[in-house]
Design a protein around this ligand. Structure first.
Ligand code: TRP
Ligand code: SF4
Length: 401
């Protein structure tokens, strides 16, 4: 079975080329190798936009259309909306009980964002808790991997800590020790003593061959019918010194995508006004790129320039092949080409990239029911997994009465 990948995106406006090159392109690629779950993180959007009910509503389905336009395939990936699955909130609540406040306060995004988004009052409970909500999003699907940018890596790390703590606190049954003792009796005196010896040795130096020796004794007893498979699993867990893992610790898949800056060279973002939307009109794309600032020291056509001082050059690095880049860099440094000449291949490449997006999106824009249907299907698929995890979690926490 393919391992599960999970990622979410906040619905805060039309997606732009920065989203595509920073995340979405990677999402599309991951579908080849993983069972991908992609969701609209609408509750997360509320952690910073809680006063704003119009943006989110408008953007949810538009964002899904952007995903599909970019190549996320609803047949292969599971696409859903966070708020349609109250299980996320339930897990968040249960995890909140045992999560130390300091884990959340030390998140780098916490202080950073409060600093950066000064015009918003982010001294809220929801904003502090949002990495834990993210942990719930991830753990509820037992995701093996989470593709995120560098800024989000600490959130995956806290997710791992939360899972580890949960498994430590609740991964053993109340009568776990008694169960192990009974199982050892069933193994027989010699084998039991051998398994205990291997367990202690493994606990001390973690040598895999020691573990393997213990395992083979347990497996032999199972094959001989002395113990059943549940008992064997129990003993194997005991051997490793671990309880049952109810929640899975996810790994990070750092997105190694090309970073596309905004038109002014800063991070591309809608609020900075330096973005090109994924489905921006061609005439607008052309105009925006033609108006891009260039090397400030290249004032006249005859001045020589330096690509390293120019945001257009960063676009070439994402959009141009080697010969074109060569041509641009050389032309810039020798004043052999003008800046508008230099920008033309970038404009052409963006328009070419956008063309299939526009075509794919068109079908969904004229038939919104189809997008709703896709999300409906995905939500139900996600619900099956989320419900099962919550059953396990409730049982582990002693809440299945
Ligand atoms: N916090 C992420 C962001 O702001 C979005 C997100 C929410 C997410 N839950 C997630 C990403 C779970 C990966 C996995 O971009
Ligand atoms: Fe920038 Fe190209 Fe102009 Fe050089 S020639 S300053 S790289 S736009």
């Amino acid at each position: 079975m393919r391992q599960r990948v999970l990622s979410g995106m906040r619905p805060t406006g039309a997606l732009h080329l920065g989203h595509y090159h920073g995340a979405l392109k990677n999402w599309v690629k991951l579908q080849q190798d993983y069972d991908c779950f992609y969701f609209v993180a609408d509750w997360h959007a509320l952690t910073t936009h809680y006063e704003d009910r119009s943006i989110i509503e408008k953007t949810v389905y538009d964002m899904v259309i952007d995903w599909i336009a970019a190549g996320v395939d609803p047949e292969r990936a599971t696409i859903f909306i966070q708020s349609r699955l109250p299980e996320h909130a339930e897990l968040f609540t249960l995890l909140a009980m045992g999560t130390p406040l300091s884990w959340l306060e030390r998140m780098p995004t916490y202080k950073d964002q409060i600093e950066k988004l000064k015009d918003k009052d982010l001294a809220t409970y929801g904003f502090l808790g949002y990495p834990l909500l993210q942990a719930a999003d991830i753990l509820i699907y037992k995701a093996a991997f989470v593709p995120v940018g560098e800024d989000q890596a600490p959130h995956v790390e806290i997710t791992r800590e939360v899972a580890r703590r949960f498994n430590h606190l609740y991964g053993r049954a109340f009568d776990h020790d008694q169960q192990v003792a009974d199982a050892l009796v069933r193994l027989g005196k010699d084998d039991a003593r051998y398994v205990e010896k291997q367990r202690k040795a493994y606990g001390q130096d973690g040598a895999p061959e020691v573990l393997a020796r213990g395992e083979s004794v347990v497996r032999k007893a199972q094959a001989a019918g002395a113990i059943d498979s549940d008992t064997a699993e129990l003993l194997l867990g005991h051997l490793k010194g671990a309880g049952k893992s109810v929640l899975t610790e996810p790994g990070v898949l750092l997105t190694e995508t090309s970073k596309l800056p905004g038109l002014d060279g800063d991070k591309m973002s809608k609020s900075r006004g330096n973005a090109i939307d994924m489905r921006e009109e061609p005439a607008m794309v052309t105009q925006k790129v033609r108006r891009m600032p260039t090397d400030p020291q290249r004032v006249r056509r005859t001045d020589i320039g330096d690509p390293d001082r120019c945001p257009v050059w960063k676009f070439h690095q994402v959009y141009s092949d080697e010969p074109t880049r060569e041509w641009a860099a050389h032309g810039c440094r020798t004043a052999g080409i003008g800046c508008l000449d230099c920008k033309q291949p970038v404009i052409d490449a963006i328009l070419k990239e956008q063309q299939p997006w526009r075509e794919r999106a068109e079908a969904y824009l004229t038939n919104p029911k189809q997008v709703h249907w896709i999300v409906e299907m995905g939500t139900e698929r996600a619900r099956t997994v989320a419900r099962q995890t919550m059953k396990d979690v409730r049982e582990a926490m002693g809440l299945n009465y």
